[in-house]
Each structure stands twice: as structure tokens, then as C-alpha cells.
Design a protein around this ligand. Structure first.
Ligand SMILES: O=C(O)CCC(=O)C(=O)O
Ligand SMILES: [Fe+2]
Length: 980
């Protein structure tokens, strides 16, 4: 291509005072009539991926080492769209055309850019098209300052074309001159002639507009001094009758009849609509999710493409059918379409908006949009005709279908409008992942991800390789990484896995910033053949699920996973047995409804809450708010119907209302034979008994629970620290005073008190107002300890208000492996009868590891008979549950109190004699019921009732057993799913 050094132009050649801003930088020669042509070169010749992004070479960012946003003054209307982003516009230079643009951050869908760093933006914008050349987001001209930009764009198009012609002519003239000396007079006359040509050219391109002067300074800038509104676009540019052949026409008419009969049209103002293909949304649009384009209409698109010679890139991908009902001449207002422009930025800038009319002849009205131009035009469209409008013309004209004249009778008409929506906005699927992703086939049917929308797969071997900017422009983003990160050679401790989850979180934050409207899926890592790796995988999946739940409630964590691998399965950990399948309950049906005056088993309850099997406490607490008191767990991310409950369910309000299991009215359970049963006092009462304390998921899959609700009462929370053991000179004297106080008070403590304590601190709750709390014995005694520090004292109208509301409650950390939790129940009579021995044990603990976190229990928990529920009878007879993460401390308690039992939910993973320590005298009945309700042992979990050790070489039962359990479970799951 020829690169032309451009001589300065004589000012007489400029038609008005304005100059093209950077004509010198238009290096590429050739007949360019408009910047659109530049763009054509850019977009169409680059093999752009299906995301529609461009190769980075097309753009370079100016001054990459000066991340500062454009200075405040320049920012105002710097972006071609006329909007600004608070001084954070980016200066982008298009290397093809050399144009420079201040680009406001919302252009190109860069929502949330304000929180991006400059390097991120640099990186990102490299992939985008220069707005000057391509995606100028036109806003309504005429009433918005961006009108000026649009005018200036069109004008630039003209002047730069003229300029280019001129340059070419000058070059020709030079070439035709003898080498030396140069005869300037011939050049001058040639230039004069060219000037006239340019002026004629400009005049000839005026279709309808009067020359309009736009006052200078109106837009706060002196660059645009005098403007001439020139439009070379026509209101419509094609009209043809008898468009479809006979057969195709009948097919389309059939389809329209079907849509009408099936009530598929949605009413809008004056007509009804139906959408197909890419979702087209416009002001006032009512149409719901579009369906895939049906074959009849795809055929019409084929014909349109060939007759109108549409390039592949402009092939219509979105269809809006307008149905204009017939009228009887009386009411003309039921059949019209108000004047408007199809100027949404999602419509491809160079594309055609094509309309096929079926049915009655109607008039299409066109008028100019600029207030000082009053041109109007009409087109009568007949049955089976097509007319087209350019997207560009929408910036200049309005169109509409006026109501028929008063008294006129009209038959029904359908207009099928075809548009090409920009690829950036297209609905598509991106799958980022490791080599596993090649196996994945996702979606079926038009409404699901995958099948009907083109997808793209990007390799990211590890989480750190995920490139958030790859996600821009996609509607559905699947992330399937992690397997490689979790290989044993990379993981030396759980901490490493936490770090991977943190990296994933960072990546997701960026993905959400860049693609706020995209639906993001995070796919759990599938189990591996390597058993040790499965530990990493199960921990990772759990952490990711929790991280998503807390940080990204709208990111989906399911979909493409399959927990069955040919040989290896999820490794055992607290809730997973060897060789078992895990049923992921998180996304199961949710309820959260409060039922008033609820009757069950001839008892009535003022209010109950139904929670689904996969719901967590946060959801339950939010459902209840401050309206009722719900006895629940402290960790918001803990399941409200799962393990917490099956293991008994301790709460800081259990001394006042009993345990979690004491609140249950009924369970809905899928039992091992796949049937759905209710278990309550009067239905399957033995199962009801077993589920309340039998622990784990060993009797069935709980799919819902009805909890009793209590009236709200005021509560206070107080937390204090007696001394900090981490300090070298901690205050032993006050610590001993605290232990004395605790051991002496606990057995007879008012049931209005409940909560947690350690050897040197406490978090307690009191049912009462601030005054009542401060007036209570226990509070006064604590306050009198002297040298303590109060961490908090908060009172509220309810227990949850006193806890600071759900938002202030924690997530459960204790499931993490490094905590290695263990628990022991401390009998009431031991503390009552041998308080000094109890104090001695606690003091021994101070010097041998000190870290515990304990419950004070008893109170109303003791009102329930020891065999009325399945929990260890000790739960009903104890005053403390001591929890520690230090094996020595728990071993001491086991030695001192060998039969006192362990709190199931906080028990050691390897608790010796676990069957007896978990259920005591209730164990036998549980084992009998296990045989009744799950004879084939389909539900097998680690140290649960009926626990069967599977894939364990020391037992000799080995792998065949796992396989039979697996088959059993597959049968169960098939039945389970059928029931759901
Ligand atoms: O019915 C027509 O011909 C016009 C339809 C139209 O303007 C539209 O769908 O935006
Ligand atoms: Fe329209």
C-alpha cells in the first residue's frame, strides 16, 4: 500500500473552518470513503474469535506507563458516546487509522471499570475495537450532546474521503509532471477543480436535510465550531414485493397462525410481539426470553442473505415479529407501532434492519429526528414484501406504523423484522478449563447452555491460568479448573488448597467485574484415580462451594460433574465413607416458608418454619428475621436440615429451648428404598426417633424439616476476655477466679443464660433486656472478677438482633481439617459433686495446651428423657461440652471421664470406641433401626450408625464391597431422582 506524505493544504480548500483532526495519521492509502471502511478492514480481515474480539495489534494504548486517567477537564464529553466516567476515561489510539479516542469506561460493556487497575484495563482494551472505527455507542442524536459526535463522525467520513481523493489526485498530478522543474500552475488548477468536486460531492450527499449550523461552544468544546448536518443515509433503502416463493410463504404463514393460536405473542403498546434468536431488548420491550430461530425463518434468512448480498458477518441473528391485529374501523388504536428508531447499540453498526410484511397492506411512516428538519416519507408495504433500513439511518430517522385512518377497516398484518446483533452481546458459551473439558458436552435444547449457542473452549491448565478478560462478551462462562492444581506434588498442606481457592476467588472477582451480566458456572473438580488426591479434591470442592456461597451467590457450582470415576472415589473424611457416592444437597429444593397455626399429630403450633434439605442457617435466619425465635446453629454456612440436626444440634439458646432435635415436628426423608416418607411423632415414629440424634446421613436423605418457632424475646449478648494466654504474664489470678465462678455457677445457672466459654473468656446470651441482664447474678459475678475486658455488650429485640443479625454471624470454620476437633461431655453430677476435681482438670488444661471452645449446656435440654431421642443420653445429663483442637486435652478428659460420651457434631474423627461414645445406651436401638430402614447399607458414612469399612486393605473386604455399595447407591440415586 502506498504511504503518502501529505502536503499542508491551502486553507481555501477547506469547506469550512474545521479540519480533520488527525488526517496525517491515516497512513493506509486506498479508496476509503469512511471510517467504516477502516473498520471493515479491521474486523473482517482479522480472524476474530467467536467472541467478536479483535486481535491486539489493532489497538495500542497510549502512554501505558501513565496510568492516570485523562485530566478532569478533558474528560467531559471526550468519549464518542458523549458520556464520561468521572475522569477515568481511557485514551485509546487505533494503530490502523491513527485516530485517538478518549473512551469512557462503560463503552464496550466495561461495567465496573472504575475498580480495575490500569494494567488490567490496558490488557483488556487491547482486545477491543477503537470506538471511532467501530463501536461508537450512538445515543439519541438531537437531544443529547453525543449528537455532535455523531455529526462529526459523519462529517469526518465525508471530509476524509474527499481528502483522500484529493491526495490521490495530487499524487497523480505529481506523477504526471515532468521530473523537474515542477509546474505549480497545473497543480493549482487541478486543486481548484478538486475543491469544486468536493463541494459537489457534499451537496449531492444531502438527501433531505437543510444545512444546519450548530452554534459553537454549545457542547463545551471549541473543536467543533461549525457543523453541517449531512446525511447520506436514506430512510429506507430497499423495497421488494413478491419476496417469498409460494411454499416458503405458506410455511411462514403456518408458523404465524400457530403462534397466534398458541398465545405466543406478548402485548406491547398497539401490537403484539414474539422474539427469536439473540435477545433483542429495546425501550419498552415486553418479550420474554427468545426461542431458537425456527427452520422456516432460518430459510427466510438464507434468502435475504443471498438477495441482499449480506456478508456472513451481517447475517441476521435476531428476529422480532410484530403482530398488528385486524380492526373493524371502530377502534384504530389497537393496531399501530409508535414512531421510534431501532438505534440500540447492540445492533451491528453496518447492518441492515430487514422487515418482511405478511398480511394486510400498511403504511410505514418515516420522519427525520432533528427538530429543525421536518422531512417525512411514507412507504406502503404489501403482503409478502421486504423493506430494509440501515442501522446508521436510525440515527437520523424515526419510523413507525401509524394507526389506520379513522373509520378505515384493516386486516391483520405481521411484520417479521430481522436484525444482526453484535457478537459482543451474543449469547454464547465459554468453557475455560484443563484437559478434562474436552470430554464435556453441555446443554441440550434451546433454553439450555451450549447447544443452541456457539461455544468456545479455552485452555487453562491451572486456576492461575484463567484469564478473566477472555470472558468478555460471553453470556455463559464455565470454569472447570483445579485438577492440576490439586495434584499431590503441589499440595503439602491444606493451606495450599486454601490458597488455590483464594486465587479462584480473585479470578472470579475479575470475571464478575468484566462480565457483570454473564451467568458464571464453577464446576467442581471431579474425583481422581489417586486416592490421596481425592482428599485434596473434596476439600477444594467444599471450600469453593463455601467461598461461592459467601461471596458470589449468583455463581453456580454444579452442572457438569460426576462423582463416579472408574476406580477411585471420594476419599473418606468425616461425612464421606470409602467408596461412596455423595449426594450434593446444596441446590435442592428450598423452602424457608413460615406456616402459622400448624397442626401435626394432633398438636398445634403457633408457627413453624419449613427448611429444605440443602438450606443453610443463613437462609433460615433470614426467613425468620426478628419475627420469631429459631433454635439454630451458629455458623451461617452450616446446613439447617443436615448434619447439625442429625447430630443433635446445639445452640446458644438450647438451655432455654432445648436442642435442635427438640424443635423438629417432622422430617421429609427419602429412605434407602427410594421412597419419600414423612417421619414425625405419629408417622414412622421410629425413624423420627433415629433421625433426631442418630447422626450423619445414615437413615435417609432429609429433604425438608419443619422446625418449631418460638415467640421473639429480647436478648443480650456479652463477650469478655479474662486474660490473654498468649501474653507471657497473663493474669493467672483472674483466670482462676473465672474457673471457680464458672464451675460453681454452671449447674444451677438460670436457663435464660446460654453460650460459649473458654478457659479465659466467654460469649454468653441472656434472654432479657439490658437492664435485666445487668441485674442478673451471673453478670454481676463476671463483672466483679475485676481485671477483665468487655469485648461487646449488645442487646436487641430478639436473639438474632443481639447477635447483630445474620450478617454478623460467622461461617463455620471447624470443618477444616487442621482444626482436628474433638469433644467431650461433662456430666452434671460430676461437676456438682466434685467441683474441685473439675476445676483441677480445667487448670491442668491451662498448663497443657489451654485452647478450648466450649458450650454451657443443660437447662431445658435436660427436660427431655434420655431415650426420647437418639442422641447420647449424656447430652441430656451434662453441663458442658468441651471442645478442643488439642489431642492431649481430650485424652485427659477421656481418662478422667471414660464413659461421659462425646458430642457427636464436634467429635474426633478417630474417636476410640466411637459407637459407645456417640450414642451410649441408645446405640443398640439405632443399630436395629438401621437394619430396618437401610438393610443394604446404602447410606454408609464414616463412624455413622452401621458404618461399614469399605476399601480398606486391612479388613480384607476390599474393593468388591465398595463396588457393591456403589451399585446399591446408583440404584438408590436413580429412584431418588425419580422421586424428585
Ligand atoms: O412493522 C413494521 O414494518 C415496522 C416494525 C418495526 O419498526 C420494528 O419492529 O422495530
Ligand atoms: Fe423499528
Amino acid at each position: 500500500l502506498l504511504v503518502v506524505p501529505v502536503p499542508p493544504l491551502p486553507s481555501s480548500l477547506m469547506s469550512s473552518k474545521q479540519k480533520p483532526q488527525q488526517p496525517q495519521q491515516h497512513k493506509t492509502a486506498g479508496a476509503r470513503s469512511s471510517p467504516r471502511n477502516l473498520q471493515k478492514l479491521d474486523i473482517r480481515s482479522v480472524n476474530s474469535p467467536s467472541s467478536g474480539t479483535l486481535s491486539p495489534n489493532n489497538l495500542s494504548i497510549l502512554s501505558p506507563d501513565s496510568p492516570k486517567p485523562i485530566n478532569k477537564k478533558a474528560k467531559k464529553s471526550a468519549c464518542p458516546c458523549g458520556r464520561s466516567s468521572n475522569g477515568r476515561d481511557w485514551l485509546v489510539v487505533c494503530s490502523e487509522s491513527g485516530c485517538k479516542q478518549h473512551w469512557h469506561t462503560s463503552c464496550g460493556n466495561l461495567k465496573g471499570a472504575n475498580s480495575l487497575t490500569q494494567p488490567q484495563v490496558d490488557n483488556l482494551t487491547k482486545q477491543w475495537l477503537c470506538p471511532w472505527c467501530y463501536t461508537v455507542p450512538f445515543v439519541k442524536p438531537g437531544n443529547h450532546s453525543s449528537a455532535l459526535n455523531e455529526v462529526s463522525l459523519i462529517e469526518k467520513a465525508l471530509s476524509s474521503a474527499a481528502y483522500q481523493n484529493l491526495t490521490d489526485s495530487v499524487v497523480d498530478a505529481l506523477k504526471s509532471c515532468p521530473p523537474a522543474p515542477v509546474d505549480l500552475s497545473s497543480m493549482e488548477s487541478r486543486l481548484e477543480q478538486l475543491t469544486k468536486e468536493i463541494q459537489n460531492f457534499k451537496r449531492s450527499s444531502l438527501l433531505c436535510f437543510p444545512q444546519t449550523e450548530i452554534p459553537s461552544k454549545q457542547f463545551g468544546t471549541t473543536v467543533h465550531e461549525k457543523r453541517v448536518l449531512n446525511c447520506k443515509e436514506k430512510p429506507y433503502d430497499y423495497y421488494k414485493e413478491e419476496f417469498l416463493g409460494k411454499n416458503d410463504l405458506s410455511c411462514v404463514i403456518d408458523l404465524l397462525g400457530y403462534l397466534k393460536d398458541s398465545a405466543s405473542f406478548v402485548p406491547e403498546n398497539g401490537h403484539e410481539v414474539k422474539l427469536y434468536g439473540e435477545p433483542y431488548s429495546y425501550t419498552g420491550s415486553q418479550a420474554s426470553e427468545p426461542e431458537a430461530i425456527p427452520p422456516e425463518l432460518n430459510k427466510v434468512i438464507d434468502q435475504l442473505c443471498s438477495e441482499l448480498s449480506l456478508p456472513e458477518a451481517e447475517r441476521p441473528n435476531s428476529i422480532l415479529i410484530n403482530y398488528f391485529p385486524a380492526n373493524n374501523g371502530l377502534d384504530v388504536n389497537n393496531t399501530h407501532l409508535a414512531m421510534h428508531s431501532d438505534d440500540e447499540s447492540c445492533i451491528l453498526a453496518d447492518s441492515k434492519i430487514i422487515t418482511l410484511s405478511i398480511g394486510a397492506s400498511r403504511t410505514i411512516a418515516f420522519e427525520t429526528k432533528h427538530s429543525d428538519a421536518t422531512c417525512k416519507e411514507e412507504l406502503t408495504v404489501r403482503n409478502n414484501s421486504v423493506y430494509t433500513m440501515s442501522r446508521k439511518s436510525q440515527s437520523w430517522y424515526r419510523h413507525g406504523v401509524p394507526p389506520p385512518p379513522p373509520g378505515a377497516v384493516t386486516d391483520e398484518r405481521f411484520s417479521i423484522t430481522f436484525r444482526c446483533l453484535k457478537k459482543q452481546f451474543s449469547r454464547s458459551v465459554l468453557l475455560i478449563g484443563d484437559s478434562n473439558t474436552k470430554e464435556v458436552i453441555f446443554g441440550s435444547g434451546p433454553a439450555k447452555v451450549g447447544q443452541s449457542f456457539p461455544g468456545k473452549r479455552i485452555r487453562a491448565a491451572k486456576v492461575e491460568n484463567i484469564e478473566p478478560k477472555d470472558c468478555t462478551g460471553y453470556s455463559n462462562i464455565f470454569i472447570m479448573c483445579g485438577t492440576n492444581d490439586l495434584r499431590c506434588e503441589y499440595i503439602s498442606s491444606d493451606h495450599d488448597i486454601h490458597c488455590i481457592v483464594d486465587t479462584l476467588k480473585e479470578k472470579l472477582i475479575q470475571v464478575k467485574q468484566l462480565c457483570p451480566r454473564a451467568k458464571v458456572f464453577c464446576v467442581p473438580v471431579m474425583p481422581s484415580r489417586i486416592p490421596e488426591m481425592n482428599y485434596n479434591i473434596s476439600l477444594y470442592n467444599g471450600l469453593v462451594d463455601e467461598m461461592l456461597y459467601v461471596n458470589f451467590p449468583d455463581i453456580w457450582f454444579d452442572g457438569i460433574y460426576n462423582f463416579v470415576d472408574n476406580s477411585g472415589l471420594l476419599d473418606s473424611s468425616a461425612s464421606m465413607g470409602d467408596g461412596t457416592l455423595l449426594i450434593w444437597m446444596r441446590h435442592f429444593k428450598k423452602y424457608g416458608e413460615i406456616k402459622k397455626a400448624y397442626e401435626k399429630c394432633e398438636e398445634s403450633y403457633d408457627a413453624v418454619l419449613k427448611v429444605g434439605g440443602g438450606q443453610v442457617w443463613e437462609e433460615a435466619y433470614k426467613a425468620v428475621g426478628n419475627d420469631y425465635h429459631l433454635v439454630g446453629g451458629g455458623g451461617l454456612t452450616v446446613s439447617a436440615a443436615g448434619g447439625w440436626l442429625m447430630g443433635g444440634g446445639l445452640s446458644a439458646s438450647s438451655r432455654l429451648y432445648g436442642m435442635g432435635i427438640d424443635q423438629v415436628i417432622e422430617f421429609e426423608v427419602i429412605t434407602a428404598d427410594g421412597s419419600k416418607v414423612t417421619a414425625s411423632k405419629c408417622e414412622n415414629d421410629d425413624l423420627f426417633w433415629a433421625l433426631r440424634g442418630g447422626g450423619g446421613g445414615s437413615f435417609g436423605v432429609t429433604t425438608s424439616v419443619h422446625y418449631k418457632l418460638h415467640a421473639t424475646k429480647p436478648f443480650c449478648e456479652m463477650s469478655f476476655v479474662v486474660s490473654d494466654f498468649k501474653e507471657p504474664n497473663y493474669d493467672t489470678k483472674t483466670v482462676f477466679k473465672w474457673i471457680n465462678l464458672l464451675v460453681d455457677s454452671a449447674p444451677t445457672l438460670d436457663t435464660k443464660w446460654g453460650g460459649y466459654w473458654t478457659l479465659a473468656s466467654g460469649i454468653f446470651y441472656y434472654q432479657g433486656t439490658e437492664e435485666e441482664t445487668k441485674d442478673s447474678e451471673f453478670y454481676k459475678k463476671i463483672n466483679n472478677l475485676g481485671n477483665i475486658s468487655w469485648e461487646s455488650f449488645r442487646c436487641g429485640e430478639s436473639y438474632f438482633a443481639a447477635r447483630g443479625g445474620p450478617d454478623n454471624m460467622g461461617t463455620d470454620q471447624t470443618s477444616q481439617k487442621e482444626f482436628n476437633i474433638a469433644s467431650r461431655l461433662i456430666p452434671m453430677d460430676f461437676v456438682q459433686n466434685q467441683p474441685d476435681k473439675m476445676k483441677g482438670i480445667l487448670i491442668w488444661m491451662i498448663y497443657n495446651g489451654y485452647f478450648t471452645f466450649n458450650y454451657i449446656i443443660g437447662g431445658k435440654m435436660m427436660d427431655v428423657a434420655t431415650d426420647a431421642t437418639a442422641v447420647h443420653p449424656a447430652m441430656r445429663q451434662s453441663v458442658f461440652q468441651i471442645e478442643t483442637f488439642d489431642e492431649r486435652l481430650i485424652q485427659k478428659l477421656r481418662e478422667e471421664l471414660p464413659d461421659s460420651g462425646a458430642g457427636f457434631n464436634h467429635a474426633a474423627k478417630n474417636e476410640p470406641d466411637w459407637e459407645n461414645q456417640f450414642w451410649g445406651s441408645n446405640r443398640e436401638r439405632l443399630e436395629t433401626l438401621k437394619k430396618k430402614w437401610d438393610p443394604d447399607n446404602r447410606f454408609n458414612c464414616w463412624h455413622c450408625v452401621g458404618y461399614l469399612q469399605g476399601n480398606d486393605s486391612t479388613t480384607g473386604r476390599g474393593y468388591t464391597l465398595s463396588l457393591s455399595i456403589l451399585l446399591n447407591l446408583l440404584v438408590f440415586i436413580a429412584v431418588f431422582l425419580r422421586n424428585y
